[in-house]
Design a protein around this ligand. Structure first.
Ligand SMILES: C=C1C[C@]23C[C@@]1(O)CC[C@H]2[C@@]12CC[C@H](O)[C@@](C)(C(=O)O1)[C@H]2[C@@H]3C(=O)O
Ligand code: AKG
Ligand code: FE2
Length: 335
């Protein structure tokens, strides 16, 4: 590795895993040989919610809730976030990831939130061929997070603010549809939410290695801004389908907390990222999370899941990942 090499030592990590587990890639490789069907996620025009036509507004709300139940995923256009801001954020993200692995890993950037691969993996199927900065929103305004990357700060602050507004608006639509008096908004703020900048380097072992291992998100909902490369896949009717990138749209997905609160009405769907041998990929995810002491319980009886706090949920996940190498998630809390 050269001192200026931007890539984390994923190949060495991977080779070590293949030797340690003593197995060929088996399953992972075979499954991905199947040619994927590309799907267009339900497309929702949020511009409608800003106009005065009540019937159109009601139809838009219905479309959001239907997609959240049937897909757990949808894409939104006319979301109110300027395309210039999305472009600037992407440019800054690339500039940051182009710096050396050494710098990203050791210079305390973005609250020391840099991570790569999966150091806890004991099996090639648990490896994620990617690097990320997983940043608490509350740190985004701190100058000390940016080192030499001065221009990233303003853009990231604006981006996080806009994502926060959009996520809360969508959450409020979903909550109102459940007929709930409660609001998600009170427990989610700058001190509880996260922005995750992802980079998926070119992978010589593609498609046998995941860019990001199959998982559900552990939050209320996620807003994803992906580039034009593609690679995101989700479970639909027990099959993996590939999401067709749309540069005008942001992708929204339901997380575990909304699934539990809505008593399985909204679905937190498993998704993963595939990598390829030719071109790197970038994405940014915004996670709408509550405080650790927030209680998550079904809005109606009989409840599918036991009551839990977000803190309890997260520590159970960490414990499972440590013990078994993968997240168990909601099934741990079934009644
Ligand atoms: C090894 C893991 C880290 C992760 C939980 C997991 O078991 C599998 C997916 C990872 C992921 C991806 C999306 C989110 O960024 C995240 C916070 C989550 O809920 O699942 C991470 C987890 C993590 O980074 O701790
Ligand atoms: O990069 C992507 O498309 C998905 C990222 C993701 O699932 C995550 O960060 O939780
Ligand atoms: Fe995810």
């Amino acid at each position: 590795m050269y001192a200026s090499d931007p890539n984390p030592p994923l190949l060495a990590n991977y080779a070590q895993l293949v030797c340690r587990s003593g197995e060929a890639l088996g399953d992972v490789g075979r499954k991905t040989e199947v040619v994927m069907k590309e799907c267009e996620l339900p497309l929702i025009d949020l511009g409608v919610l800003r106009n005065r036509n009540e019937a159109e507004k009601a139809a838009c709300v219905e479309a959001i809730c239907k997609a959240s139940s049937e897909w757990g995923f949808f894409q939104v256009v006319n979301h109110g976030i300027s395309l210039d801001l999305l472009r600037s954020m992407r440019k800054e993200q690339k500039n940051l990831f182009e710096s050396s692995f050494q710098k990203k890993a050791t210079c305390g950037l973005l609250n020391n939130s840099y991570r790569w691969g999966n150091q806890a993996a004991t099996d090639p199927k648990q490896l994620s061929w990617s690097e990320a900065f997983h940043v608490p929103l509350i740190k985004i305004s701190e100058e000390s997070c940016y080192g030499e990357f001065h221009s990233l700060r303003g853009v990231m602050e604006e981006y996080a603010g806009e994502m926060q507004k959009l996520a809360k608006m969508l959450a409020s639509v979903l909550v109102k549809n459940m007929g709930e008096g409660k609001e998600v908004n009170n427990s989610c703020d700058e001190s509880t939410c996260f922005l995750r900048l992802n980079r998926y380097p070119v992978c010589p072992c593609a498609p046998e290695v995941f860019g990001l291992v199959p998982h559900t998100d552990s939050d209320f909902l996620t807003i994803l801004h992906q580039d034009e490369v593609g690679g995101l896949q989700l479970m639909k009717d027990s099959k993996w389908v590939a999401v067709k990138p749309n540069q005008d749209a942001l992708i929204v997905n339901i997380g575990d907390l909304f699934q539990a609160w809505s008593n399985d009405e909204y679905k937190s769907v498993e998704h993963k990222v595939m990598v390829n041998t030719k071109v790197e990929r970038y994405s940014i995810a915004y996670f709408l999370c509550p405080s650790s002491d927030s209680v998550i319980s079904s809005y109606k009886e009989p409840a599918v899941y036991k009551k839990f706090t977000f803190g309890e949920y997260r520590s159970q996940i960490q414990q499972d990942v440590k013990k078994t190498g993968h997240k168990v998630g909601l099934p741990r809390f079934l009644n």
